[in-house]
Design a protein around this ligand. Structure first.
Ligand code: SF4
Length: 232
């Protein structure tokens, strides 16, 4: 694993759990609003943290931390992700994986092997706007397959979308709603354009949502009349 960061204590990265967070290096997307460019752009990578250091820390914190969130970058790009997750689980930790859903085969294997206790997947925007939101020729079929796998996994999960006016409007929320079910946990999170982002130049003239506008967007989503959708 190429590990770009280790957050030793977090109350917000694993719902309801005190957790450590492992950040993997590398991503196949280039979301302009990404606030972790040092985990995405190879020229910004720091020297990776040795796995031995991560496991030495996790050994010491057994019984104190409840879970470990593995996030990115995009963790599913790493060929040794599954044994890495299994080793964390073998220490007695709950394991949460964050993914952009671009590698459904990996997500499926992780689900079938029972390597994780929680899955969180970004749905960047509507299928129509996906390439714009990810900055690459994203494979929307792969994303949709990951959604189906996660929904059918029986594992606790959450889908989430980062809001940005040019990428996520009400019509996009309707399209996202058609991809997930009424019982799926779904979260809208504000973009953090005030901090460093991957492609600030392309966002410089883009307005972010004001907090009250995000509130209105959430209300719009919650009040969509037909939250029961046919399977995609
Ligand atoms: S926000 Fe986009 S570019 Fe950044 S890590 Fe997530 S998927 Fe990759």
């Amino acid at each position: 694993m190429h590990i770009g960061g280790l957050l030793k204590f977090s109350l917000i990265d694993y719902p309801g759990k005190v957790a450590a967070v492992v950040f993997t290096q590398g991503c196949n997307y280039r979301c302009p609003f990404c606030h972790n460019p040092e985990l995405v752009l190879p020229e910004l990578f720091h020297e990776p943290i040795p796995e031995a250091e991560v496991f030495s820390f996790l050994e010491k914190r057994r019984g104190q931390l409840q879970g470990v969130t593995v996030t990115g970058g995009e963790p599913t790009l790493h060929p040794d992700l599954i044994p890495f997750l299994q080793r964390i689980k073998s220490l007695g930790y709950l394991v949460k994986l964050d993914t952009n859903g671009s590698r459904p085969d990996v997500v499926e294997e992780i689900v079938s092997l029972g390597c994780v206790d929680y899955l969180a997947m970004d749905i960047k925007t509507s299928p129509e706007n996906y390439c714009k939101a990810t900055g690459v020729a994203a494979d929307i079929e792969a994303v949709q397959r990951s959604i189906r796998i996660i929904r059918g996994s029986g594992i606790a999960h959450q889908f989430r979308t980062t809001t940005l006016k040019s990428l996520v409007a009400e019509k996009d929320l309707k399209a996202i709603q058609a991809l997930i079910g009424p019982d799926d946990e779904y979260r809208l999170q504000a973009a953090q354009l005030k901090t460093k982002v991957l492609d600030y130049a392309s966002l410089a003239d883009v307005a972010d949502y004001l907090p009250e506008e995000i509130g209105a967007l959430k209300a719009f989503y919650e009040n969509l009349p037909d939250r029961k959708k046919e399977a995609i």
